[in-house]
Write a protein that binds this ligand. Structure first.
Ligand code: GLY
Length: 557
């Protein structure tokens, strides 16, 4: 399919990070709040909710709904995500990942010869999992919210009904996407809904406004039951899709225990399966730390890029073999982040030579759009939220009558062992398609704590590159003591075992370093990835930043 290399097909996921009210008594109070958001509408809404006395979860919920209106590449009610919460000194992880419909089956994307049918899990009516976002927000609100639900959904209703002024970068993204759909002769209805979106002009979404009103008035049932569910099922039947009213009614968001591990004097609080990201960043950070005992390497030098790429090979070999939905597959979480295991795992890494891709096996025996935001409130609570419809603008399908874009998250399953998905990721039994199962994700909303105080809130979009953005943001902030602005804007890089010895790098990585890496045998793929929105707490002072390349906005107040 080659979408991993396509400049036009973006992959969008969003992460939201918030810090809440009523922080643990032992925790140091911060007088400031901060939001680091993927656009100005979500930033201003989150700030308003915090100023009205809401906590970080309230702000996150309101922002999630606003992004469904103003960031159609990734913001959504037709997708899913993960919300990591540190509130009142306790942590929670709301898993609102999409699930496979009940009629889904392992070979649903294969033709009669057993080959993967190109594009079927990426565009059109067959690409979508059962959406989880509304149920996720509802569960987060029930467990942690303080502001009335209606007040949190209303800003999105207003923006959909009365319109929002379109940022030029969004207009460009929509225009590129429509051209791509036309060039590739992909038959979806995206253009019908979004062709009228023009830079610096108001864009209204009346059908979406009505759907949001039902959610505002009836909560979770406003999406999964009644009129919205009827519209979705009718639309699915008309076009041959398989999501039913029963699938919608049975969808449940889950509260899971976040992964926690000590690293470098901090407690890293991160995403458990069905995210692959939490295990991956812990493997990456711990192996880096073990290596550091022997050799120090300078930030973004060729040795640094090579070392972290070598670690990445091992991380992604484990990901392909062992990671999937924990409700369906026994994920060996503790074994994978065990230090003795990781020491053995890195024993054959050389700082001067590339290991052979084909020889890196799982160790136990084995355009990326999404959106992320981070919020910290003045009571010291935090939320990191990442949400996605998978690739940019999801499946390209808008539910007629309900006005929202459906995800193409089914592509995050492994359609066939040994066949890469749109992110170049491989998978096997752990991540094969089964009814009601959650597809493996790379979304990695993460919070760093010290003495139970929030020190950093981080996350990014970018499919499998999310994992590299997140672990490098932590190294940049903690190991290399960078400001939030430096953390999000310093060039990053990504390697994931396959494609063989290809390192994807941001523009700006030193030319001499790139030449040295090429001499070692790497291929350099210079393409930006991610859109980080990070908050750092330095001695009680909050520092927030959004990446320059995106249309994000960060405010400390
Ligand atoms: N859809 C991208 C991810 O969840 O990893």
């Amino acid at each position: 399919m080659g979408l991993f290399f396509s400049p036009t097909k973006l992959v969008i996921t969003s992460v939201l990070v918030f810090q809440f009210s009523a922080f643990h008594v032992a925790a140091k109070q911060v007088a400031q709040s901060a939001v680091a958001m993927p656009d100005s509408y979500s930033a201003d809404t989150a700030k308003n909710i915090l100023e009205l006395g809401g906590n970080a979860v309230d702000a996150a919920i309101a922002a999630q709904f606003v992004l469904a209106v103003t960031l159609p590449e990734a913001g959504n009610i037709g997708g899913g995500g993960f919300m990591l919460i540190q509130k009142d000194g306790k942590s929670d992880f709301i898993d609102y990942r999409e699930t496979a419909p009940s009629d889904a089956h392992r070979d649903m994307y294969l033709d009669e010869q057993g080959n993967v049918i190109p594009n079927r899990s990426i565009y059109g009516i067959h690409a979508s999992g059962v959406p989880g976002s509304v149920a996720g927000m509802w569960l987060a609100h029930k467990k942690h919210g303080t502001v009335e639900w209606k007040k949190l959904v209303q800003p999105a209703v207003t923006l959909a009904e009365q319109g929002f002024v379109v940022p030029p970068k969004l207009a460009q993204g929509v225009s590129n996407y429509i051209s791509y759909l036309n060039e590739q002769k992909i038959d979806v209805n995206f253009e019908k809904y979004f062709a009228g979106l023009k830079a610096n002009e108001k864009f209204t979404q009346p059908e979406l406004a009505k759907t949001l009103k039902r959610i505002r008035d009836d909560g979770q049932a406003g999406f999964y039951e009644g009129e919205t569910a009827n519209i979705i099922e009718k639309f699915m039947r008309k076009h041959g899709g398989i999501i039913t009213k029963a699938d919608l009614k049975n969808y449940t968001a889950k509260s899971r225990t976040p992964l926690k591990a000590s690293w470098n004097g901090y407690e890293v609080l991160t995403s458990p399966p069905p995210s692959s990201g939490g295990i991956a960043i812990l493997q990456w950070l711990k192996m880096y730390e073990l290596q550091k005992l022997h050799n120090e390497v300078a930030h973004n030098s060729s040795s640094y890029v090579h070392l972290l790429s070598e670690i990445g090979k091992r991380v992604f070999a484990d990901r392909a073999e062992y990671l999937g939905d924990p409700d369906f597959f026994d994920v060996p979480v503790n074994a994978l982040i065990n230090e003795i295991y990781l020491k053995k795992r890195m024993a054959d890494i050389s700082l001067t030579a590339i290991s052979t891709t084909e020889k890196i096996k799982p160790g136990l025996k084995e355009s990326e759009q999404t959106t992320h935001f981070s919020i910290v409130d003045k009571m010291g609570n935090a939320v990191a939220n990442t949400t996605t419809i998978n690739l940019g603008f999801g499946s390209g399908v808008v539910v007629e009558g309900a006005g929202f874009i459906l995800n193409d998250e089914m592509d995050d399953f492994s359609a066939k062992p040994g066949v890469m998905n749109a992110f170049g990721a491989l998978g096997g039994k752990a991540n094969e398609i089964q009814p009601h199962k959650r597809m493996l994700s790379s979304m990695t909303p993460t919070i760093l704590l010290k003495d139970n105080t929030v020190k950093m809130v981080t996350g990014s979009p970018g499919g499998t590159t999310i994992i590299s953005s997140v672990y490098q943001s932590i190294l940049n902030a903690i190991e290399f003591n960078m400001s939030a602005d430096q953390v999000v804007n310093v060039p990053r890089f990504h390697h994931q075992l396959w494609p063989k010895n290809v390192i994807r790098v941001h523009e700006g990585l030193n030319d001499a370093v790139k030449v040295e890496l090429q001499k070692m045998g790497y291929t350099i793929d210079e393409r930006h990835f991610g859109d980080m929105h990070v908050i750092i707490n330095k001695d009680g002072e909050l520092d927030a930043a959004s990446e320059n390349s995106g249309r994000g906005k960060s405010i400390v107040f």
